[in-house]
Design a protein around this ligand. Structure first.
Ligand code: FAD
Length: 468
């Protein structure tokens, strides 16, 4: 059965980039068609942000139950059922996918389930079940996301190798896991598995885990990870994976010329993600890749080298975060609908769901120094914050960077309880060029972990913090 449709905007890919763009476009009155070949919500909702955080929560609850005596609560037997943890995660994902479906239909977005193919700059083709649909459209947004990168090392075909996608659907956790790559995804899984009693080794090529973080934060999380029993091998290049007759795998790595070997039941490859072009023939369409050849090239309006075709989210490989994909989606829609707006990445908070959590925004102390900016640094430990103590979460700190001459807030890093929520006060301040003084003059409720932010702000001034 053949059908044809007309639209203002066709969006290919229903992740946080694509579905947010679709809703925004429809809200502004455009006729929008969203094409998704798998599940609405994309990687983020089905295989990324949300399912990992469901697992983080289960692992935290289990850890809390194991250590409940500290709170005067006794629990004679603590155990977990991984299949129930996965089932809970699936329920949350399904609820949210259903929610997106509802929102799209409420906003009159037409959703087509199939693989979108761009025939030319005004024609998109999709096969939905046994219907062949040709869409005539004024604009196209490519939001096809990314996929895990598995490096072509010897033994990479081992059946024990998994990516984050498979990790989220294991029937049980392995006794021993080796995580190759100590970035955000790798370290989140390291803390989840460790809390759930799996023996964890992380092998990282760089000189440290989570290299993009502020140095103090990195040191803190590394120390906490090691205290919890996570083994970390840095400056270590994985060379080969050898399967044993007993069904395990040996990861062979080179650390400054010396070989190391770790044996485990599963090997999680978390060395990065590469753009996924959704089988769209970019070359034929005249859509260029960026300078590195990884990711669709876009200008600040999210326009590709073909003027009515836009690209947003992980496929552009600018910053691989869900909230950046959504921001870019809105920017693309605004430009398509006649406004003149540019994507701005100066104030993008990043959140890492290790235990404790980590968040940062703006510039780090070292980067400021490298850029020749004279800064003041204020630091306040959660160990001196009443709320954190009542929560039993005394590790970590808030660190704020201000411009020395003006007191304008330039950056913040938080490691500790609710870090990923607390960071937004700092983000709003940076976005609006607020000074430390302005935030200090805002009364912070007591007792809250937000008081640690207040105190770190005070610590950037000559007066210093009150409680430390
Ligand atoms: P995606 O979410 O990847 O969506 C792309 C969609 O396009 C997919 O649904 C795909 O099926 C569809 N598609 C592809 N080709 C076609 C085609 N031809 N036709 C139709 N449909 C097509 N980010 C955060 O901000 N916070 C986190 O805590 C976080 N945790 C993560 C944890 C993990 C384990 C992973 C893997 C990622 C995590 N991310 C996190 C990153 C986040 O998931 C991505 O940045 C985000 O999903 C990118 O959104 P997107 O819309 O660009 O692409």
């Amino acid at each position: 059965q053949k059908e044809s449709m007309d639209s203002d905007i066709v969006i290919i890919g229903g992740g946080p980039g694509g579905y947010v763009a679709a809703i925004e476009g429809a809200k502004q009155g455009a006729k929008v068609i969203l094409i998704e070949k798998e599940e609405l919500g994309g990687t983020c909702l089905n295989r990324g942000c949300i399912p990992t955080k469901a697992l983080v929560r289960s692992s935290e609850v289990y850890e809390l139950v194991k250590n409940s005596a500290e709170y005067g609560v006794f629990n004679s037997s603590s155990s977990y059922d991984f299949s129930k943890i996965i089932a809970r995660k699936n329920d949350i994902v399904n609820e949210l996918v259903g929610g997106i479906d509802y929102l799209l239909s409420k906003n009159n977005v037409t959703v087509l389930k199939g693989s979108g193919e761009i025939l030319d700059k005004n024609t998109v083709f999709v096969k939905e079940k046994n219907k062949e649909i040709t869409i005539n459209t004024n604009n196209i947004i490519i939001a096809t996301g990314s996929k895990a990168f598995v490096p072509p090392i010897k033994g990479a075909a081992s059946k024990n190798i998994v990516t984050s996608k498979e990790m989220l659907n294991l029937s049980e956790l392995p006794q021993k896991i080796i995580i190759v790559g100590g970035g955000v995804i790798g370290m989140e899984f390291a803390f989840i598995c460790n809390a759930l009693d799996t023996d964890v080794s992380v092998v990282e090529f760089a000189e440290d885990i989570l290299v993009a973080l502020d140095e103090d934060v990195r040191t803190e999380i590394r120390e906490i990870a090691i205290e919890k029993g996570i083994k970390i091998y840095t400056s270590s290049k994985v060379e080969e994976i050898i399967d044993t007759e007993e069904g395990q795998s040996i990861v062979v790595f080179d650390k400054n010329g010396t070989k190391g070997y770790i044996t485990g039941d599963k090997v999680l490859m978390s060395v990065g993600r590469v753009p996924f072009y959704g089988d769209i023939d970019l070359e034929k369409l005249g859509i260029d890749l960026n300078e590195k050849g990884r990711g669709i090239k876009v200008n600040s309006k999210m326009q590709t080298t073909v003027d009515n075709i836009y690209a947003i989210g992980d496929v552009t490989n600018i910053i691989q975060l869900a909230h950046v994909a959504s921001h870019q989606g809105i920017i693309a829609i605004e430009n398509i609908l006649g406004k003149d707006v540019e994507a701005n990445y100066e104030v993008v908070p990043s959140a890492i769901f290790t235990s404790p959590e980590i968040a940062s925004v703006g510039i780090h102390e070292k980067a400021a120094m490298e850029q020749g900016i004279s800064v003041k640094t204020g630091k306040f430990p959660f160990g001196a914050n009443g709320k954190a103590l009542t929560q039993g979460e005394r590790r970590g700190f808030v660190k704020i960077i201000t411009e020395e001459a003006t007191g304008v807030i330039l950056g913040g890093s938080i490691i500790g309880p609710h870090a990923t929520d607390l960071i937004h006060e700092v983000a709003v301040a940076i976005q609006n060029k607020l000074t430390a003084e302005q935030l200090i003059n805002t009364i912070h409720a007591h007792p809250t972990t937000a008081e640690a932010v207040h105190e770190a702000l005070l610590a950037t001034t000559p007066k210093g913090a009150i409680h430390f």
